[in-house]
Ligand binder design. Structure first.
Ligand code: ADP
Ligand code: MG
Length: 272
């Protein structure tokens, strides 16, 4: 086994959301994330599991730099070994995100090529030849051709849209991808295709994934390491096989004991 290479390190992250009255007074505070530390390694998947409201998406957004922490920090370690604070331009282009519902973030009036080019312009790419080549490469990596590039988002199925979401992340040549419930809205047969694609891309490109999910069967299939989130904290972290074989925390045991239950009403309560 090769030695793990750390590409992202989050230390003692906290995020508190304050809701205010219209006069600006703080009415209540939510500690969405409370002292979370984790690291991501090249070529490896870290799954973040836990029920709805446990702070998984907030953690993902903090790692991506979409929101800034109330306390703690995120550092991204570049291919050259240089570590930069998240939210610097350099760290930003290394970390991309894919979402449960890519459609809501795909501009319906623009063709796929233009949507992907925009993703490159955001990180400062300008040359039209570079844009064209990089978009072609990203589309081909998810199994699409130039013909798909000419179409609009509504012309694709749910699974195809998620592949476009993946291409839009890939086009920036990230080293880390935050995947927030990327298959939760898809049919089971389509889920497998997307998960296989993500695994292939990881093997080919050495990508590090933070994979947010409430589905323990997805965790077992994809993750190398797992962090169990409960009320804003990581209450247990272990290698995947160890977590399933010998869960330590009561909350993890409860989460695992609900796995074989496939009754739809039980599954929806675990959704997050
Ligand atoms: P999960 O992804 O595990 O379902 P989230 O990270 O979305 O959990 O939410 C964690 C907690 O933080 C929840 O109580 C949620 O209501 C709250 N929260 C998340 N985002 C915001 C926000 N922008 N403003 C206020 N509260 C938020
Ligand atoms: Mg969420």
């Amino acid at each position: 086994m090769t030695h793990d290479r750390t590409v992202l390190e989050a230390r003692n992250l906290s995020k508190t959301f304050a809701s205010r009255s219209f006069l600006g007074r703080t009415v209540s505070e939510t500690k969405a994330v409370n002292d979370v530390s984790l690291s991501l390694s090249a070529g490896k998947t870290y799954a973040l599991v836990g029920e709805s409201g446990s702070g998984k998406s907030t953690t993902g957004r903090l790692l991506q730099g979409l929101i800034s922490p109330t306390a703690g920090d995120v550092r991204v370690i570049g291919a050259d070994g240089i570590s930069s604070e998240q939210s610097t331009a350099r760290a930003n282009r290394d970390v991309q995100m894919i979402f449960q519902d890519p459609y809501s973030s795909l501009n319906p009036r623009r063709r796929i090529r233009s949507i992907l080019e925009e993703s490159l312009r955001i990180i400062g790419e300008r040359g039209s030849k570079v844009l064209r080549t990089r978009v072609d490469e990203a589309l081909s990596a998810v199994g699409f051709s130039d013909e798909h590039a000419q179409r609009y988002p509504h012309e694709f199925s749910g699974g195809q849209r998620q592949r476009i979401g993946i291409a839009r992340a890939l086009v920036a040549s990230p080293r880390i991808i935050i995947c927030d419930e990327p298959v939760s809205a898809l049919d089971v047969s389509i889920q497998a295709q997307i998960l296989n694609l993500l695994r292939k891309l990881q093997a080919d490109l050495g990508l590090a994934y933070l994979f947010i999910t409430h589905d323990m069967s997805v965790v077992r299939y994809l993750a190398h390491r797992v962090g169990v989130m409960h009320q804003g904290q990581i209450v247990e972290e272990a290698d995947t096989a160890d977590l399933f074989a010998d869960p330590q925390h009561d909350y993890t045991k409860r989460l695992l004991s609900s796995v074989p239950i496939h009754h739809p009403s039980q599954r929806t309560t675990a959704k997050g």
